[in-house]
Design a protein around this ligand. Structure first.
Ligand SMILES: Cc1cc2nc3c(=O)[nH]c(=O)nc-3n(C[C@H](O)[C@H](O)[C@H](O)COP(=O)(O)OP(=O)(O)OC[C@H]3O[C@@H](n4cnc5c(N)ncnc54)[C@H](O)[C@@H]3O)c2cc1C
Length: 388
């Protein structure tokens, strides 16, 4: 059956070209699938562009928690994907194994990090606890820029990494183009085609704003924070919701340090060319992706309390993005029950950049009918709610 785009056959149609959709397309196209990827805007301009690109260390030994299994699988794959993408596209996504520094400036922060030591140990993740003078000797860039005598303890996690979101997205788009993925931008999907008895040849599909239909053997909904609306049309209730995060971007003449600095939910992420990202917050304000003066000021205040020289640095930009949160912090990865060939990969909240590689591998295995590398039952689509 041909649809309006004139394609005889698609193995997979993906709705949503954020990092999740782009990664699934890439993984499937590498294995020879015929894939089409649709987005209502430009690829990667949703949450995926606005994120920080922190890749916190993953378990090196078998983890019991499904989220830790997903993190661990994804963490290992990022190194491999960065090399593959560079070889295929010539684009360096700035995946860097720089390590991460965690500050304990208050008793509460120190207590959390001391508790975290057990978690790192449990998962085979190396870490070190440093005094200020030891931190200065280990990270000379600290001496000038982070006069943090009030932080009595520092924790250093060498296998924390970072990636530069816009570069990673550009590499994925280009890799997909080279692998023959049909890339369709500026098409808003307004409905999912539903089977009826009159359509014996039915394949899952979607309809865009202009009434055009697109169909394939399999349909994967990867529309980030907006997935809930599309899935709702199928009578599938998910707990996916937008959670706003705000970000400030500084531009320095050169990087002042190479590693990620974390304090509670706040962080600083350097880029190789001297850009420095400062984030973030969690705000439940619906689909409002605007910044607020008060939060931007709060982020700058925090950044200057850690690196006082930032008071004289140039703020280049600030923005907000909508993370696809879920009611239990687990992403939804799986088939839509009762809708043959329809799948969901969404709800990755604060970790979508990180977990995108593992998600792509698992979704490809699932959609191919293969045994998945890990059990996806905890990520099933109808958990917590019943289908109507
Ligand atoms: C401030 C901030 C900081 C973050 N930091 C990190 C971090 O350090 N590390 C990390 O791993 N993660 C981080 N994240 C989270 C991460 O960015 C997200 O989890 C991830 O980008 C989600 O990817 P996605 O593809 O599911 O969603 P999105 O990137 O939002 O993509 C969804 C796409 O679907 C499209 N779409 C929606 N509806 C339709 C429709 N009806 N028709 C067609 N297309 C549609 C949208 O246009 C969009 O392009 C951060 C997020 C924010 C906001």
């Amino acid at each position: 059956m041909n649809d309006v785009m004139g394609h005889e056959h698609r193995d997979l149609l993906i709705c949503g070209g954020g990092v999740i959709g782009l990664s699934i397309a890439y993984q499937c196209a590498k294995l020879g699938w015929k894939v089409s990827l649709l987005d209502r805007g430009r690829f990667g301009q949703g949450a995926s562009w606005s994120g920080a690109g922190i890749l916190p260390a993953g378990a090196t030994i078998e983890a019991l928690d499904p989220l830790e299994q997903l993190r661990s699988l994804s963490h290992r794959l990022h190194r491999q994907w960065a090399a593959e993408l560079l070889a295929l596209t010539g684009i360096d996504n700035e995946y860097r194994e720089t390590g991460g520094l965690y500050l304990g400036r208050t008793p509460a922060e120190r207590a959390t990090l001391i508790a975290n030591e057990m978690w790192w140990e449990e998962h085979g993740i190396a870490f070190e606890r440093w005094s200020f003078s030891h931190a200065q000797s280990r990270l000379p860039s600290l001496t000038d820029r982070l006069p943090l005598e009030n932080a009595s303890d520092f924790w250093w996690v060498p296998s924390d990494c970072r990636v530069r979101n816009p570069y990673h997205i550009a590499a994925l788009v280009e890799a997909n183009r080279r692998l023959g993925v049909e890339l369709i931008e500026d098409r808003e999907i307004i409905s999912i085609a539903v089977n009826s008895d009159k359509q014996p040849q039915w394949r899952p599909g979607v309809v865009d704003l202009h009434g055009q239909t697109y169909s394939a053997d399999r349909l994967c909904i990867a529309s980030g924070a907006w997935s809930r609306q599309l899935l709702g049309q199928l009578g599938v209730e998910t707990g996916i919701m937008p959670v706003r995060g705000q970000m400030v971007l500084y531009k320095l003449d050169a990087p002042w340090f190479s590693f990620v600095i974390n304090e509670g939910h706040r962080y600083m992420v350097p880029r190789d060319d001297g850009h420095l990202l400062v984030g973030s917050c969690e705000e439940e304000v619906g689909f409002d992706a605007s910044t607020t003066e008060s939060m931007i000021e709060e982020l700058k205040e925090w950044a200057c309390s850690v690196v006082p020289d930032l008071r004289h640095a140039v703020v280049k930009k600030s923005w907000a993005g909508l993370r696809p949160g879920s009611f239990d912090s687990y992403p939804y990865l799986g088939p839509v029950p009762g809708r043959e060939g329809v799948y969901v990969a969404s709800g990755h909240f604060r970790h979508g950049l990180h977990w995108s590689t593992g998600t792509a591998v698992l979704m490809q295995q699932l959609m191919a009918g293969e045994k998945t590398e890990m059990d996806l039952e905890p990520f099933r689509v109808l958990r917590g709610h019943n289908s109507k």
